[in-house]
Ligand binder design. Structure first.
Ligand code: ADQ
Length: 482
């Protein structure tokens, strides 16, 4: 363990999973096995972490005593301990039953509990302490996401020498919604501890600047505000995916073969409609299923010419809202299949499972229409993965206007997911689009993604943070030229 990292990432989770089997690429430390967990964030940050003896601070995923810090994949990992009670109150409670729904337009009512807020504060302090202990003098610390909104100010208090960034992966709500939060001033002050607060969209950065003026009377000009004698910048940095990985996967002959096999297994339909989401009420899965059912009932679509595949990855299964959603989605799937399936020919294939990257790529390659219709979403990486995997320029994307991705993927078939008729219309337009027009749209979106991948995202953010650093205290220089 190197003392004093010049670059520290702080996130709820470490980019590793504990495994019990003998899977390859695992590392055993003190009798426990770890495997790197794939993800855009770690892919983008790995080169920066490796170049700068970086450290990642986060929870290991299992409750109880934290494992000792260890090295993996070329950088250091510092596990933070969470007890069962803290997992329930900080993670399932305050993070995923209060903040998550509130920041997603309150599409489910947020639940407010004092004991959750207390745990959130205590746990945020623990992450801040871990980062403060490991960061070198003048280091850059990048805090990630809604679970850790108090970390920037706590960290600044402990270590005023640090350059602190924060990035919010989910939407930032308008003032009227944010003001519901009993912890509102504390959260805002927490975020203002950062030098740069990054959001997925410009509108979110605007919401933040306006909120600071409204709640604390903090003046701002452009996207910079003055707070306690410091400058804090709020800006948009739309996150992206590892475009190269997705293209390589979809070019792989085994993936191509698997895509064909999927088509066959589905009965060689004319149109395959695909949805891939975490099973989350923000993703609009129920609305999408209803739109499909109505189109079958209107006679505009029929089985077996058209089939739908809905992958709904298990998620936050101990949280009440998620349990209720699962029941509703499965009831809707049952209803559609009850009315429109035949023996051996389901109308909807519903898969409540996780898949490998290559199986996901094969599904994307097999899908004629991809439905990404969240009611609200910070970005939505699935939409970008689908586009990146269609180097053949085939397929059509139906995309919600309420996904951050809609700000970039303008050639998708955009729709308002709250308006069932609009979802049906967009689905029909995508299913019946002229192939030349579909290719033109996909080509433009592909070109956009090639220039805006996740490495460019990380580099833009860190560049912007470094510029703030060089105009204030002397901070350690961080190169980010990948
Ligand atoms: P999420 O809400 O989790 O992310 P999303 O951006 O779509 O949503 O990312 C999901 C990821 O999980 C994708 O990379 C996808 O491939 C993967 N995945 C989905 N189903 C899977 C399955 N069955 N098996 C394996 N992998 C699966 C949050 C915000 C988003 C924001 C991201 C990144 O809610 O708005 O885009 O963070 O900032």
């Amino acid at each position: 363990m190197v003392q004093g990292s010049p670059f520290v990432v702080v996130a709820n989770r470490l980019p590793v999973d504990e495994v019990t089997d003998d899977t390859p690429a695992t590392k055993t430390i003190a009798g426990r096995r770890w495997r790197p967990s794939p993800g855009g964030l770690v892919t983008a940050l790995r080169p920066v972490l490796i170049d700068h003896q970086g450290t990642w601070v986060g929870w290991s995923g299992s409750s109880g005593a934290a494992p000792a810090p260890f090295d993996m994949d070329g950088f250091h990992l510092v596990p933070v301990a969470l007890s069962d009670d803290e997992v329930e109150r900080y993670y399932e409670g305050q993070s995923n039953s209060t903040i998550w729904p509130l920041y997603h337009d309150a599409v489910e009512p947020p639940i407010y509990r004092r004991r959750w807020r207390d745990a959130y504060r205590e746990v945020n302090r623990r992450y801040a302490q871990a980062a403060a202990a490991v960061a070198a003098e003048g280091a850059t610390v990048w805090v990630q996401d809604y679970q850790l909104q108090l970390v920037p100010s706590m960290l600044r208090e402990m270590r005023p020498d640090l350059l602190i960034g924060f990035f919010l992966h989910i939407p930032f709500p308008p003032i009227e919604l944010f003001m519901q939060q009993p912890q509102r001033t504390e959260v805002l002050r927490g975020l203002l501890g950062a030098d740069l607060v990054g959001f997925q969209q410009r509108l979110a950065a605007q919401n933040f600047l306006r909120l600071a003026r409204h709640l604390l009377g903090t003046p701002y000009s452009g996207n910079t505000l003055e707070y306690e004698g410091r400058r804090v910048k709020a800006d948009a940095f739309p996150i992206s995916i590892d475009v190269g990985e997705m293209q390589r996967l979809s070019d792989n002959p085994l993936v191509k073969e698997r895509a064909e096999q999927i088509r066959k297994e589905l009965g060689d339909p004319k149109t395959i409609i695909l949805g891939v989401d975490r099973l989350d009420y923000t993703k609009g899965i129920e609305h999408r299923l209803k739109a499909f059912r109505e189109l079958l009932s209107d006679g505009k679509l029929s089985v077996p010419e058209t089939v739908m595949v809905q992958v709904a990855t298990p998620s936050r299964e101990r949280v009440e809202h998620y349990q209720a959603l699962r029941v509703k989605v499965e009831r809707e799937v049952g209803r559609i299949n009850g009315d429109y399936a035949r023996v051996g020919v389901p109308a909807v294939h519903y898969l409540h499972q996780s898949y490998s990257r290559s199986e996901l790529a094969a599904l994307y390659c097999a899908a004629d229409v991809m439905m990404v219709t969240p009611l609200r979403d910070g970005m939505n990486l699935v939409a970008k993965e689908y586009v990146a995997s269609r180097a053949d320029h085939g397929g059509a994307l139906v995309l919600s206007e309420f996904a951050g991705a809609a700000g970039e993927l303008r050639q998708a078939f955009l729709c308002n997911p709250h308006d069932l008729d609009a979802v049906k219309e967009a689905l029909m337009r995508a299913a019946t689009v002229d192939p030349a027009e579909a290719r033109r749209r996909m080509g433009i979106m592909q070109r956009h993604l090639r220039r805006h991948d996740v490495a460019a995202w990380a580099s833009d953010y860190l560049q912007s943070l470094a510029e703030i650093g060089s105009s204030t205290e002397p901070h350690m220089e961080l190169k980010h030229d990948h």
